[in-house]
Design a protein around this ligand. Structure first.
Ligand code: FES
Ligand code: FE
Length: 358
């Protein structure tokens, strides 16, 4: 049976086939293990000598969490009774059976695809890849300065965060203390172009000046390109009138239906005349915290897949474009049986030791 009939369940089913960031590369040291809740599923990622490995978090023996385990060679060792699993999730050692004893093939934990890019560790829960990690060349160009932020938890659904990031009509209000009280509230027409993998907004952006206060570089007028890659990667490119640029990315990685962790970073063009990268990051942290407060104080906490009882205005066009394209992305994905997700069941639910002795 599938549960495609529940439109609010459909996004998490579909996103299982997409890459989602779950950690920063710099936080996952050699031999390290990190725990994360992705799409309502507890997972762990370990850095082993031959590369990364990602698993469902829950030992098939008696359900211990792997986050307290350790990496032994290219194996993940469970903290409770020391079972060891290879990168594919197959158990290779059960110490209580004795070294060299055969291990049943059913002694296995689900493993997942894992990749590293842009300083993030990305996991995909299903074998099928709905779309690749989007290419953002500036993040891999050594001539640019690339700064990776601390991931930021939001107590709101990932679509709330995306719609906030796309929205420009909240600056004068939600960001009055950072971007400027005189930020223009009136939103001019902007151009939106749709692509097979998302959409792009192009607009000339006015200076965000506050009377009596000097305008910093980051508040100057610029040409702005906002590009959304389905299902949840959004970049903003700012091209200032002196030709200098910044590219920012936001990826709200879903934890639960009403919480996400925003992975984000900034790339700064060579010779950028403005605040130092750490100052730019500190400023962006303040701005993002103002966004967090807004997202956490919208109701419901996630944008409904069904139509919402709201009154929209033309300035909401980008958010509505996202809703339309995300709904299409979900509709185009193949149906996923509700019971297809690998379960963290015990290898021998009957308790019969013979079942795992090979
Ligand atoms: Fe993992 Fe026993 S619970 S080895
Ligand atoms: Fe904002």
């Amino acid at each position: 049976m599938d549960n495609d009939g529940d439109p609010e369940a459909r996004p998490f089913q579909v996103l299982r086939s997409t890459w989602q960031p779950v950690a920063l590369s710099r936080d996952l040291k050699a031999g390290g293990i990190i725990s994360y809740r992705l799409l309502d599923e507890d997972i762990v990622v370990a850095r082993m000598p031959s590369g990364l490995a990602a698993y469902k978090d829950g030992c098939p023996h008696r359900g211990a969490r792997f986050g307290l385990g350790k990496v032994v060679g290219d194996h993940l060792q469970c903290p409770y009774h020391g079972w060891r699993f290879d990168r594919g999730g197959q158990c290779r050692l059960i110490p209580s059976l004795g070294e060299g004893s055969a291990v049943a093939r059913s002694a296995k934990v689900a493993s997942y695809a894992v990749a590293e890019r842009y300083g993030f560790v990305w996991v995909r829960l299903e074998d099928r890849e709905a779309c690749p990690i989007p290419a953002i060349p500036e993040f891999e160009d050594p001539a640019w300065t690339y700064v990776v932020a601390e991931p930021t938890p939001f107590g709101a659904g990932f679509r709330r965060e995306i719609e906030n990031y796309l929205d420009m009509s909240h600056f004068a209000f939600a960001h009055a203390d950072t971007l400027g009280k005189a930020a223009i509230a009136l939103i001019d027409k902007y151009q939106v172009t749709e692509y097979p993998d998302g959409f792009q907004m192009d607009a000339a952006f006015p200076a965000l000046s506050t009377e009596g206060a000097a305008i910093s570089k980051l508040q100057q007028a610029h040409d702005r390109v906002q590009r959304c890659h389905m299902p949840n990667v959004t970049t903003i490119r700012q091209r200032f009138h002196d030709g200098q640029e910044r590219v920012l990315v936001h990826v709200p990685s879903p934890n639960t239906r009403t919480s996400c962790t925003v992975f984000w970073s900034i790339a700064i063009s060579p010779g950028f005349q403005g605040p130092a990268p750490d100052q730019q990051m500190a400023f962006a942290v303040r701005v993002l915290d103002e966004d967090r407060v807004m997202c956490e104080n919208q109701r419901p906490l996630e944008v409904p897949m069904r139509s919402e009882a709201c009154r929209y205005v033309p300035a909401d066009r980008l958010a509505l474009t996202y809703r339309k394209m995300f709904a299409g992305f979900c509709a185009a994905a193949p149906a996923i049986p509700a019971d297809s997700a690998p379960a963290a069941g015990c290898a021998h639910p009957s308790g019969a030791g013979a079942a795992i002795s090979g």
